[in-house]
Design a protein around this ligand. Structure first.
Ligand SMILES: Cc1cc2nc3c(=O)[nH]c(=O)nc-3n(C[C@H](O)[C@H](O)[C@H](O)COP(=O)(O)OP(=O)(O)OC[C@H]3O[C@@H](n4cnc5c(N)ncnc54)[C@H](O)[C@@H]3O)c2cc1C
Length: 455
């Protein structure tokens, strides 16, 4: 007798969705997997978050293709849970539903002036220059002298790099032509990357921090005063667990030696500014400056809190991008942990509003553990989710469900134009073909309609 087949629906085809599918395939159980994705294209933030000038990293998508092409896996794009299909409808057809829908929203600062023209959460810019269909209405005016990026992590570095590279350098990325045209009007001379805390607390990785200093038409600098560390910060830096920070510190020392060169008007000046807490944005409709409080750190090593000094410092600028973290969206009344809106879960199993685990519902990736780690971190996270699914599978298999066949019947009844993986490959090939003509890795379709029309 053949083994009963576990029918699994995965919501979201970013790295975690793919890694859950892979771990299920490799588990040895008999399994049928449907990878549901709201967009017609797979890969989540690999396609729409990873910087467009980091093409080598984006190639991870090629290795994920083998997972989507496995006979146990069916990719169904252009199907959004909560819009095109409800959770109740999916539940009717599957033993297991794994939420891998990521954290698509930026956390806002909640300070005055955030609504001014010129102030944007980082997602708006990143989604726009990566060609995400949800962000194509965004408008940016890069004809200002100065931009401020608030945040000290790799996402902030990505933004500084894209804002500072010349248009010729950007042409070899996969930034879509419509965005390149707007970026070609760029007049930015100064880009400030500002954080509330000091060099030891910044969340950069060394490779990204170092890359910033290699840009051909930029000077990166920071005020050496910030490298004179107070005792608690020095102890944090010296701690053997802090190897990345020690490497970053060395890179920062080289940037501090550039400090006096800030007057080179022929280059874009990127300055890394520390110990500044944004208090409000000023301007009349259009942003004209950010007011910051200076801060200091109080406490013991690895347990320091940020306090503000009196008085405000004004930084004139026409553009601000806030990059202070991501949060999830509310979906189908599933309980979330505020403020990040991770799905409430215990050992990857979702909890209902009564605090008890809900049979058959699981999470993996950012929506499970929050916006941390690199792409590879999601593999381990997905394996952990699948280990928990496997423990529950004998009980789950007691119910009989139709799986993909039942879902397809529902989608066909709704006349939903879903996109298969073969369809996606048609879109993919066309994008690469269109890019070739322009000397780019690909020219993305930036609307869902364009993608569907290509089929
Ligand atoms: C700007 C940025 C740059 C980054 N750069 C790097 C980098 O250079 N290197 C690195 O290692 N990591 C990088 N990361 C981190 C990396 O992208 C994440 O670790 C990873 O993408 C998280 O995977 P995920 O599958 O949990 O979420 P996501 O990648 O966000 O995937 C979620 C998927 O779910 C889909 N979805 C959402 N809602 C629904 C719904 N209702 N129905 C159906 N589908 C839905 C989305 O469309 C998306 O495809 C970056 C992150 C960001 C934000």
């Amino acid at each position: 007798m053949s083994k009963p087949e576990l029918k699994v629906a995965i919501i979201g085809s970013g790295p975690s969705g793919f890694y859950v599918a892979d771990a299920l395939i490799n588990s040895g159980i008999s399994v049928e997997i449907t990878l549901l994705e709201k967009l017609p294209c797979p890969y989540g933030l690999i396609r729409y978050g990873v910087a467009p000038d980091h093409q080598k990293l984006k190639r991870i998508a090629n290795t994920l293709d083998t997972i989507a092409e496995h006979p146990s896996v069916t990719f169904l794009g252009n199907v959004e849970l909560g819009k095109d299909i409800s959770l109740e409808e999916i539940k009717l057809n599957y033993h297991v539903i794994v939420f891998c829908n990521g954290m698509p929203d930026s956390i806002s600062l909640g300070i005055d002036g955030e609504q001014l023209v010129g102030v944007s959460p980082c997602n708006d810019l990143i989604g726009w220059y990566n060609g995400h269909p949800d962000y194509q209405e965004q408008e940016f005016d890069f004809e200002h002298d100065a931009a401020v990026v608030i945040g000290h992590g790799n996402v902030a570095i990505d933004i500084c790099r894209i804002l500072s590279k010349s248009i010729d350098e950007l042409r070899s990325s996969d930034i879509p032509e419509n965005a390149l045209e707007v970026l070609s009007k760029k007049k930015l001379k100064r880009v400030h990357m500002v954080g509330r805390r000091g060099p030891v607390q910044a969340k950069f990785t060394t490779k990204e921090l170092h890359e910033l200093g290699k840009l051909s038409n930029c000077n990166v600098s920071l005020d050496p005063i910030h490298l004179n560390l107070k005792s608690a910060c020095q102890q944090e830096l010296d701690d053997t667990s802090n190897i990345v920070v020690q490497k970053n510190y060395k890179v920062m020392q080289s940037y501090a030696s550039n400090f006096s060169e800030l007057n080179d008007k022929s280059k874009t000046q990127i300055s890394i500014d520390f110990m500044l807490n944004p208090k409000c944005f000023t301007g009349d409709k259009q942003l004209s400056s950010v007011l910051f409080e200076q801060t200091y750190l109080e406490g013991t090593p690895f347990n320091q809190t940020c306090k503000s000094l009196e008085g405000l410092i004004e930084m004139p600028c026409g553009l601000v991008f806030t990059s202070v973290g991501f949060r999830g969206t509310l979906l189908e009344n599933l309980p979330v942990n505020e403020p990040k809106r991770t799905l409430t879960n215990q050992n990857s199993k979702l909890l209902g509003s009564d605090g008890k685990t809900v049979e058959g519902l699981y999470a993996a990736g950012w929506v499970k553990r929050g916006p941390q780690g690199v792409i590879g971190t999601n593999r381990e996270c997905a394996q952990n989710t699948v280990d928990n699914i496997l423990k529950d599978s004998p009980t789950l298999l007691e119910t009989s469900v139709e799986g993909k066949a039942g879902l397809l019947t529902m989608l066909n009844k709704k006349n939903r134009r879903y996109v298969t993986f073969e369809d996606w490959k048609v879109i993919d090939n066309k994008e690469v073909e269109n890019g070739l003509v322009l000397g780019k890795p690909r020219e993305k379709f930036v609307t869902v309609e364009e993608m569907l029309a290509c089929l």
